[in-house]
Structure formats: C-alpha cells, structure tokens
Design a protein around this ligand. Structure first.
Ligand code: AMP
Length: 117
C-alpha cells in the first residue's frame, strides 16, 4: 500500500484540513510555503496523467473549499501537481500541492543544464 493510501486508511498520521467521501486534504510534512497542503483522492490513482475527468470535476470544488478553509482564497494561492519523473513526482499517488500564505516566487523550473529553454 502506498504512503498516501496509508494516510487515507489512518495507518499513518496526517494533519488533516478537510475531507469528504472522495478526497482528503492534509498539511505537507516538509512545507515549501507558509501554507502547504496536499489534496489527494482517497482512491489510489498514480498521477495526473492517469486520473479521469469525473474525478477532476469533483476535485476542483474540493480544492476551492480547502483554499477557503485555509483563508487564502482572496489573497491567492498556487495549485501544482508533479507528474512523473521529469515532473519531479516522488509519491506516486495523485496529489495537488496547494501553496500560499505569502507572495510566492515564480521562476523557470528547468533543472537540466544540458537542455536549452
Ligand atoms: P511530489 O514530489 O509532488 O511527489 O510531492 C510529495 C510531497 O509529499 C512532498 O512535498 C513531501 O513533503 C510530502 N509528503 C511525503 N510524506 C508525507 C507525509 N507522511 N505527510 C505529509 N506530507 C508528506
């Protein structure tokens, strides 16, 4: 069972923000911003490229509700999903990073000196 499935099952503790029958939001253990929350489907899906449109249609209002609960819906926030090896995905259970709570840096993420932008 993957680490996020264990969080869903309660085998691993998480600092929960919000949940419903389909999704769970919890604080990232290694935050990259003053607010850094992960949103996952409870059902195991490997990543963005393998998720179905119906799940995404339900996930959108859930993410919006999470942002409202965190109080960053007006100030702004970033939604990021890392997909696959080059995307920097480390946990292979679909998750959206919700980042906010301060002005976020924006830069090129390119990390391969052998490839031109
Ligand atoms: P990614 O690189 O997009 O796969 O991101 C994985 C994220 O999961 C990282 O930001 C980790 O800090 C986070 N993470 C890993 N294990 C846990 C955990 N047990 N509880 C909360 N966040 C976690």
């Amino acid at each position: 069972m993957c680490i996020f499935c264990k969080i869903v099952e309660g085998e691993i503790h998480s600092n929960k923000v919000l949940e419903n029958d389909d999704f769970l939001a919890f604080h990232d253990i290694n935050p990259s911003a003053p607010i850094h929350v992960l949103v996952i489907p409870k059902k195991h899906v490997e990543n963005f490229h393998s998720v179905d449109g119906q799940t995404m249609a339900k996930m959108t209002p859930f993410i919006q509700e999470v942002a409202e609960k965190l109080g960053i819906d007006k100030s702004g926030y970033r939604v990021v999903t890392n997909n696959g090896k080059d995307g920097g995905q480390e946990v292979f259970h679909l998750h959206f990073h919700i980042l906010g709570g301060g002005k976020l840096k924006w830069h090129h993420y390119h990390d391969d000196p052998t490839k031109a932008i």
